[in-house]
Design a protein around this ligand. Structure first.
Ligand SMILES: CC(C)(COP(=O)(O)OP(=O)(O)OC[C@H]1O[C@@H](n2cnc3c(N)ncnc32)[C@H](O)[C@@H]1OP(=O)(O)O)[C@@H](O)C(=O)NCCC(=O)NCCS
Length: 571
């Protein structure tokens, strides 16, 4: 549903410590881009906006594993070395934002890309943006504006290829205003020597299952539009192509704004491009202002899903969670009737919180996390609060809400706090080039000096929490064992070495597991609330039906009179 960039791509920023590098990293992350590392020679070891900085792309790949895209905010003179170092580190796409890159340097980058089976976009590119998924480069500016202007290509969108940076954004904006969804906007750059050109980008859109049509902002000079016409003629591009070609009034030998936009030897004329595209079957509009309506007409003709309904077009705000239509409910795009009976509750919680259904083992793990936290007796603050409020004659909703309101930093919150501390341990190991055991020791020492306790370790009641071992077994079965779980084992070992047996508790285990599953820690407390709610309902109803109003509730001294221990039936 997108080309080149989406939310799964791991992105490196070269020149991250510079003015533009820092500003753009912030904006890219705010839009959802997964920026995992930065590079500035001589500045390795720093952290910018929580992103670790390395001296070379090679070091970044060695420390963090495969990186999909590197985006460069390095001044022109440094672009050749920076790009080639990324390509040689095995990064398959480099996005060259800087302008004024010497043509010879671009040619050397092209040769390096060819021999390493890699691609590059630019130079002199604003980058690429897939609405709702991610951006590399500068398209869209502030995340908030980009979200408003470019409508995500769900269930389908049109692909935009532009030879002008400013017009890449404008085309996306005007298409959005006309009610057209977009899969990806790609600005290929304005220089004479380019990496990905119109024909290659068009072939990517042709292969993208949910791109329905291709919109081109072309201009005079080069043979890109003519090559596209040939691809259409040869049926290698079969999706509708709608184009505008800028520079109609330019005379031969006059550069039209960009280095690559020049007619030489009668090649690359406006008339030649328009004729070639029209003869091949593309729609070419005469004025840019006609482009949105031409796209809408074609989408209507092909019953395109990229076209928004009037209601969607006029919506004052948007949600990406659940779509309600008469007689239809779709959660994150899945028909709820299909989910019912087929997706487990844990898998559906994963879906609604992350946007995607998990694999079957991760779904089982999610179920186990929810079951593990369903109740922990009558003494935790949430159960006591819920029962106390229920004893006043309050309603079920008020009593359960009281229980939920007691879930905070010191009750349930260890899940998120522990995950964040474990990440800090893992990051320290990378940043200081030390083993994870040493990183854990240094981190715990620093916490001790600051008078802080490591959340998620030790338990005031259990010495060997029965839930933790089971969760780790299920995590192992699901193949979940990432940086957080490794850091958790290192912390546990560190406590044991110091003769302080503080094993990871259920909160810590859940935090480490959910973080390694890739779920955003900001929803961890929410997952605990979701899990604990059935337990709270049970406590409230029992309080209301079994006990006298306004009784004095002893917070500790109580007995259990439920069923004695029993086993699950063997299936
Ligand atoms: C690339 C560009 C954005 C950089 O501008 P800038 O952020 O103001 O430049 P800065 O000097 O602040 O930062 C560059 C950083 O790259 C770093 N750098 C230099 N060579 C490097 C390399 N090989 N690898 C990684 N980083 C490198 C520098 O050390 C510097 O970081 P520092 O300030 O921490 O030392 C600018 O040169 C440019 O080309 N702007 C035009 C972009 C544009 O309009 N593109 C086309 C759109 S249509």
């Amino acid at each position: 549903m997108a080309i080149l960039i989406d939310e799964t791509k791991r992105v490196l920023v070269q020149g991250i410590t510079g003015r533009e590098g820092q500003a753009r990293t912030k904006l890219m992350r705010e839009y959802g881009t997964n920026v995992i590392a930065g590079v500035t020679p001589g500045k390795g070891g720093q952290t910018i906006l929580g992103v670790p900085v390395f001296n070379t792309p090679h070091e970044a790949v060695a420390a963090l594993g495969e990186i999909d895209i590197s985006v460069l905010f390095v001044p022109a003179a440094g672009v050749k070395d920076a790009a080639i170092s990324a390509i040689e580190a095995g990064i398959k796409l480099t996005v060259l934002v800087p302008d004024r890159v010497p043509v010879w340097d671009a040619m050397e980058i092209a040769a390096a890309a060819r021999s390493n089976n890699a691609r590059f976009l630019g130079p002199n590119t604003l980058g690429v943006l897939s609405p709702g998924k991610g951006v590399v480069g500068m398209i869209g500016g502030r995340a908030e504006s980009a979200r408003q202007w470019f409508k995500p290509g769900v269930p389908a969108g049109v692909g935009i290829i532009s030879r002008s940076g400013g017009m890449a954004s404008s085309t996306g904006y005007y298409l959005g205003q006309a009610g057209v969804r977009i899969s990806t906007i790609a600005h290929i750059g304005g220089d004479a020597v380019l990496g990905i050109r119109i024909p290659e980008a068009a072939l990517m859109f042709e292969a993208d299952p949910l791109t329905e049509a291709i919109v081109i902002f072309g201009e005079i000079g080069s043979t890109q539009e003519e090559e596209l016409a040939q691809l259409i003629h040869d049926r290698k591009i079969t999706k509708p192509v709608i184009a505008y070609i800028g520079g109609k009034a330019a005379r031969e030998g006059t550069r039209f704004s960009h280095a690559g936009a020049i007619i030489e030897g009668g090649r690359g004329t406006h008339a030649g491009k328009v004729t070639a595209l029209r003869e091949a079957g593309a729609t070419v509009v005469d004025a840019f202002g006609e482009l949105p309506s031409a796209v809408v007409e074609i989408l209507k003709r092909i019953k395109g899903k990229s076209l928004m309904s009037e209601a969607e077009k006029n919506a004052a705000w948007h949600t990406a969670i659940t779509h309600i239509e008469p007689n239809k409910v779709a959660v994150r795009g899945y028909d709820i009737a299909d989910l019912m009976g087929r997706a487990s509750f844990g898998a559906t919680v994963h879906l609604i919180l992350t946007g995607e259904l998990p694999s079957a083992p991760i779904g089982r793990l999610m179920d186990a996390v929810l079951v593990a936290s369903i109740d922990h007796g009558a003494t935790p603050p949430s159960a006591l609060s819920a029962r106390t409020v229920a004893s006043t004659g309050a309603t079920l909703s008020a009593s359960v809400a009281a229980g939920i309101m007691s879930i905070n930093r010191h009750h349930g919150g260890a899940i998120e706090d522990c995950a964040r501390q474990l990440k800090a341990v893992a990051d320290r190991a990378v940043k200081e080039s030390i083993t994870i055991d040493d990183a854990a020791a240094r981190h715990l020492a620093a916490m001790k000096d600051a008078g802080e306790r490591m959340p998620g370790f030790g338990h005031r009641y259990h010495t060997k929490d029965p839930r933790t071992a089971r969760l780790f077994t299920l995590a192992q079965e699901a193949g979940v064992d990432g940086a957080h779980m490794k850091a958790a084992r290192a912390v546990e070992k560190c406590f044991a070495d110091a003769k302080k047996p503080l094993p990871i508790n259920v909160d810590g285990a859940i935090g480490a597991i959910l973080a390694d599953v890739g779920i955003n820690p900001s929803v961890f407390n929410g997952i605990f609330m979701i899990a604990r709610t059935p337990g709270l309902v049970a406590h409230v109803v029992e309080e209301q039906t079994r006990e006298k109003p306004m009784r004095r509730i002893d917070p500790v001294n109580h007995g259990y009179d439920g069923p004695s221990a029993r086993s699950l039936p063997t299936s």
